[in-house]
Design a protein around this ligand. Structure first.
Ligand code: PEP
Ligand code: CO
Length: 447
């Protein structure tokens, strides 16, 4: 079957909204297809090259951000704070483990959510499920839950403004390593995690002064003053992704210019489905979630479909097994992919296999379970002789109480205090720093 940006339309697409007026939808998509791309092919190629070094075991991937971005909490502060936390975590990993870190945000486009059921029923009333702000609103009434294609345009504009600010912050001095102290937020700096970070920041200061004293002109080394933070999201709403897919004038290849990297969710990765069809033709680096039921044949099929040329960095397999099964379910997949010679990046999503409903009725995750899955991921890779290439986490820099445990020992009773997520529970600022230190220790122990 020849590929076009629209060839997915011939196949069944899971998890698509029920748009009430397809004429209106197609008109909006036509408008979007005339708008400028959000990212450029050359940037996607740079990310793919960086991920290539991860696939070869020479760098580590940190992919992090919201479960679902919101149209309501869209402002400069929230973008800056999320970036700041990613920079802090990356610096912890780079300094403690001595490996370069490829930074990719779940940001500037992470709006659409797959749902386990198309409808939600409360007190006998059944309405369409909330599918993320790119589709509908979370309020439980018929108007809010009706899919509205104009939200696709709003998602585009919010992504553009978010990317604009990310580019400005990462290039314009905010990401300068001489500012490592300033990245520590007040409420975090008073905690043990924050103090540990301060200590690390002081060592970095000393290292910079040492280099300067040795006669190195650190002012002229760009990588000390600016950085790359790439964008990514689950490419779920295929009409939106198609509308932003453009042919690169330099190479003639097609790129999904809605983000640098896009990934396939656990619920949309069937080999004969519309999502895999769309993904096989775009030239961005792509990810695919891999859950506990995936067989070695499923995974090899995805490798062949998505990366037949075996380009290192093209394909990231994001495993989300759950802490109880990671040690048994992951090794057969690692061995199969290794033996087939596919150069993938292996990343660990320790969030989505460890979600449960607490006694108080909140959807949550326990920090210890999250760490346990990461530890299992590292030991499975050690056994298989493969590189534990990265982590993929849901977080916010805000002082939320959504995941249990961590340094301040969040308990079930605390979950209601600041439970702000629109979808899955996220790590807060302190839990995120703690996680970065633990991952750095695992990386260090491997070296
Ligand atoms: C997600 O990453 O938010 C998600 C829905 O993950 P998964 O597809 O792995 O369930
Ligand atoms: Co999620």
């Amino acid at each position: 079957m020849t590929w076009t940006p629209a060839s997915w339309r011939e196949l069944h697409a899971n998890q698509q909204p029920d748009w009430p007026d397809t004429g209106e939808l197609e008109a909006v998509l036509k408008t979007l297809s005339g708008y400028p791309p959000l990212v450029f092919a050359g940037e996607a190629r740079s990310l793919q090259a960086a991920l290539g070094t991860v696939a070869q075991g020479r760098a580590f991937l940190l992919q992090a951000g919201d479960c679902a971005e919101s149209f309501d909490s869209f402002n400069a502060n929230s973008i800056r704070e999320r970036l700041r936390l990613i920079l802090q975590m990356a610096v912890i990993l780079t300094y403690s483990a001595g490996v370069p870190v490829v930074k990719v945000g779940r940001i500037a486009g992470q709006f659409a959510k797959p749902r386990s059921s198309p409808n939600e029923t409360i007190d006998g009333t059944s309405l369409p499920s909330f599918r993320g702000h790119i589709v509908n609103d979370i309020a439980f009434n018929a108007e809010a839950r009706t899919a509205d294609p104009h939200r696709l345009v709003q998602a585009y504009h919010q992504s553009a403004a978010t990317l604009n600010l990310l580019r400005a912050f990462t290039r314009g001095g905010f990401a300068d390593l001489r500012r490592v102290h300033a990245w520590n937020q007040e409420f975090v700096s008073e905690s043990p995690e924050g103090a540990r970070y301060e200590q690390l920041a002081r060592s970095i200061d000393r290292a910079l002064r040492f280099m300067a004293a040795c006669g190195l002109d650190t002012d002229t080394v760009p990588s000390l003053h600016e950085t790359d933070v790439f964008t990514s999201h689950e490419a779920l709403i295929l009409g939106y992704e198609e509308a932003l897919t453009r042919q690169d004038s330099l190479t003639g290849d097609w790129y999904d210019c809605s983000a640098h990297m896009v990934w396939l969710g656990e619920r949309t990765r069937e080999l004969d489905g519309a999502h895999v069809e769309f993904f096989r033709g775009i030239h961005n680096p792509v990810g695919c979630k891999i859950g506990p039921n995936a067989t070695p044949d499923d995974v090899l099929g995805l490798c062949e479909a998505l990366n037949p040329e075996r380009v290192p960095g093209r394909l990231t397999l994001i495993t989300r097994m759950g802490k109880d099964v990671v040690r048994s379910a992951l090794p057969p997949l690692l061995n199969a992919v290794r033996d087939a010679g596919h150069p993938v990046v292996w990343a660990c999503d320790p969030m989505h296999g460890n979600t449960f409903t607490s006694q108080s009725g909140r959807k949550t995750r326990d920090f210890d379970d999250i760490l346990d899955e990461i530890a299992g991921f590292f030991s499975a890779h050690r056994e298989a002789g493969t590189w534990p290439g990265g982590v993929h986490v849901e977080l916010t820099s805000d002082d939320v109480t959504e995941c249990l445990g961590g340094g301040e020992a969040i308990l079930d009773d605390h979950l209601t205090l600041r439970y702000e997520t629109m979808c899955d529970p996220r790590l807060n600022g302190r839990q995120s720093l703690d996680l970065a230190f633990r991952v750095a220790e695992l990386l260090h122990a491997r070296a």
